[in-house]
Design a protein around this ligand. Structure first.
Ligand code: UCC
Ligand code: FAD
Length: 586
């Protein structure tokens, strides 16, 4: 009996030492940076209404929506190609929780808010904040919402033609019974980055003016969506198509008809993905899918770029939300987990690790807010030409940079839970997996870096002037604050490096700029968020960083660069950009 009693006591002791799981409460109320941003920027009347709604939404997220999110993870979509009698059905079955997410998205106006413009230029920002809070509890539903928003934006930018009025109303509806989501079918087997050369899908005009599409779409996310925007080449009477970008046009199509029958589309299979497994990504054969041409012929890429710019902003939202969730959990864990006789929060080194992640997410959050603030101004005709240029530049910069940041933060944060971080049923690996895609889809880091250059070229350099003058103004404001003086100084030095680099690139711009595109873009992100590393002043720290200058390295200008010994030894792209390096938490 005594032995039993001792065992009981020992067991109680062990159980008492067991750590509680990390939790988050109302994500709105707990996010001091978000709340202070809203307080500083929103007009008081708007703030009052928005605050009430966000507090309510924050509670709904933690009590009702978060559990659905886990259900989505546990019940990923299932594809059934044939029924029991051998009939081809191509049914993508989604779980109840996923379908509930669609209803909640409508009820909460997660798309509608931006188009109703109840708060004029602040509506976009308000929508983005709701999406940011929703993202990590959405069970992957953020993905269809991104594309739905993008599709609504394209249709709005076309002036909402009569034939698309129904679609627009549904995409922006608050009625769960009416609400539609959209897909974005761009990627084909031959290329997802090089869409201009990768697209083989052909469009044949029908006597009634509609088109039938024939081709194979290699990645189609949220394949359970109601409609899609997609690219195809219009065939002439002889069946010939114009190749390249100028041959691409944009089409609207319904995925299924009123009876739920697929629109001459066959689902080949669902992708077996590392993450985002809650959401169906399919390979689709278009076998004469009926579609409507919605851009001018040959202007498909330009027309769909309205969608890309919106979905890329959603990507930034997802990246910031992921970092915020990981860090919130990590902080909570540090308050509960004991190591070496004290809580993790009392170990300075552990707290330094968390603080470094916090700095990352804060910079990223403020960059996101800046973008949606500018977008709101642009959409209500309140943006100056300079603000429009800045918005065009900051979208790819933020997408590429925050995608990388989020991946690095997710890995670091996972480690902050020790072995538990690696355990599947904690849910932490889900966040990591879902985060890793953010730098791939919606344009990879390199492709977005080239888009940064595109925005520079298109504005004939004006955008850089706007960027620099905007940063200078922000620095002037900050320079009055003593605590910020060192950071202001470092940012000024980084701007100096950037200007020096641009001046030195001079006439050999094309190749150098292409090679430098990634690091150049990172520099823009770091400068805009005021995040310069002290180490960047020391050129020795990265081995090769800052050791070349652009005029030194062009033996192979205009030729195949792959064998250039200098390029193999030292990435030319870091020329003079002392601030560039992969975003990380170190
Ligand atoms: O991945 C996808 C969906 C994933 C699921 C959704 C998740 C959402 C986030 C959720 C968060 C949780 S959909 C597939 C995404 N695919 C891409 O992003 C494609 C990546 N490749 C590019 O971005 C390339 O740069 C291309 C395709 C745009 C390059 O095409 P071109 O035709 O070779 O490029 P051009 O000739 O330079 O551009 C054609 C026109 C030009 O206008 P004009 O002719 O007037 O000079 C460009 O200025 O398009 C214009 N343009 C743009 N305009 C190109 N890009 C842009 C842009 N970003 N903004 C404005
Ligand atoms: P590639 O274009 O072959 O690129 C391979 C590598 O080469 C990349 O690292 C890229 O950065 C680099 N590279 C390519 N060109 C250059 C260059 N000029 N300079 C420097 N580097 C270069 N697509 C859709 O259309 N709709 C969807 O719904 C969709 N959903 C997706 C869901 C998931 C989970 C994933 C992973 C992808 C999805 N995609 C979707 C596809 C996605 O957009 C593409 O995978 C992406 O754009 C990259 O295209 P790719 O896979 O063809 O890679």
């Amino acid at each position: 009996v005594l032995e039993d009693w001792e065992m009981h006591l020992a067991r109680r002791e062990t159980e008492a030492l067991f750590q509680e799981q990390p939790e988050t409460g109302n994500q709105y109320l707990e996010d001091t940076l978000l709340r202070s941003y809203l307080k500083t920027h929103l007009p008081p009347k708007v703030l009052e209404e928005v605050h009430r709604d966000l507090e309510r939404f924050g509670n709904r997220l933690v009590t009702k929506i978060q559990p659905l999110s886990w259900e989505c993870e546990l019940n990923p979509p299932v594809f059934r190609q044939y029924d029991a009698w051998g009939q081809r059905v191509d049914d993508i079955h989604t779980c109840t929780a996923w379908r509930r997410m669609k209803e909640i998205s409508a009820e909460e106006g997660l798309i509608a808010e931006a188009y109703e413009k109840r708060y004029s230029n602040w509506s976009r920002l308000y929508q983005a904040v709701k999406l940011y809070l929703f993202s990590s509890s959405s069970g992957g539903f953020s993905c269809p919402l991104a594309m739905t928003d993008g599709a609504a934006k394209v249709i709005e930018s076309l002036g909402i033609p009569g034939s698309l009025k129904n679609a627009f109303d549904r995409l922006t509806s608050r009625d769960p019974k009416k609400f539609w989501t959209s897909g974005q079918w761009m990627t084909e087997r031959r290329g997802g980055s090089d869409v201009a050369n990768g697209t083989e899908t052909m469009a044949r005009k029908q006597p009634d003016g509609t088109y039938r599409l024939y081709g194979f779409k290699w990645f189609t996310s949220a394949a359970d969506s109601d409609m899609a925007l997609t690219l195809a080449r219009i065939a002439d009477a002889e069946g010939q198509c114009t190749q390249g970008s100028r041959g691409l046009s944009l089409f609207f199509l319904r995925v299924r008809d009123e009876e739920g029958k697929l629109n001459s589309i066959q689902v080949q299979r669902l992708k077996d993905k590392l993450g985002t497994r809650q959401m169906a990504t399919a390979e689709l054969w278009l076998q004469g899918a009926r579609a409507e041409l919605i851009s001018a012929e040959g202007r498909g890429v330009a027309a769909i770029s309205n969608m890309l710019n919106i979905t890329r902003i959603h990507n930034v939202i997802g990246a910031v939300a992921s970092m915020r969730r990981m860090i919130s959990l990590s902080r909570d864990y540090a308050r509960k987990r004991v190591a070496f006789g004290k809580l993790l929060k009392d170990h300075p080194l552990h707290m330094q690790t968390i603080a470094r992640m916090e700095v990352q997410v804060r910079g990223a959050f403020l960059l996101l807010m800046e973008i949606v603030r500018l977008l709101g101004l642009a959409e209500t005709n309140l943006a100056s030409q300079q603000e429009q240029l800045l918005l065009r530049l900051l979208i790819p910069v933020a997408k590429l940079y925050t995608g990388k940041q989020a991946s690095a933060v997710a890995v670091e944060a996972m480690e902050s839970f020790g072995g538990q971080g690696y355990m599947e049923d904690t849910g932490l690996p889900v966040i990591l997996r879902d985060t890793l895609v953010l730098s791939i889809w919606e344009g990879t880091t390199n492709i977005l870096s080239l888009d940064v250059l595109r925005s520079l070229a298109k504005s004939q350099g004006q955008v850089m002037a706007v960027f620099l003058s905007t940063v200078q103004k922000k620095l002037e404001l900050a320079s009055g604050t003593e605590e910020l003086s060192a950071a202001v100084q470092r940012t000024r030095e980084a701007i100096g490096n950037l200007q020096q680099f641009m001046a030195a690139v001079g006439s050999e711009q094309a190749l150098t700029m292409e090679m430098a595109a990634r690091d150049f873009s990172y520099s823009l992100a770091r400068i805009y968020t005021g995040r310069q590393r002290q180490e960047s002043q020391n050129h020795g720290w990265a081995g090769w960083e800052g050791t070349l200058n652009p005029t030194q390295c062009h033996p192979c200008h205009g030729r195949d660069t792959s064998h250039c010994p200098r390029l193999l030894q030292a990435p030319v792209s870091n020329l003079a950009l002392g601030t560039a390096r992969d975003p990380g938490t170190a």
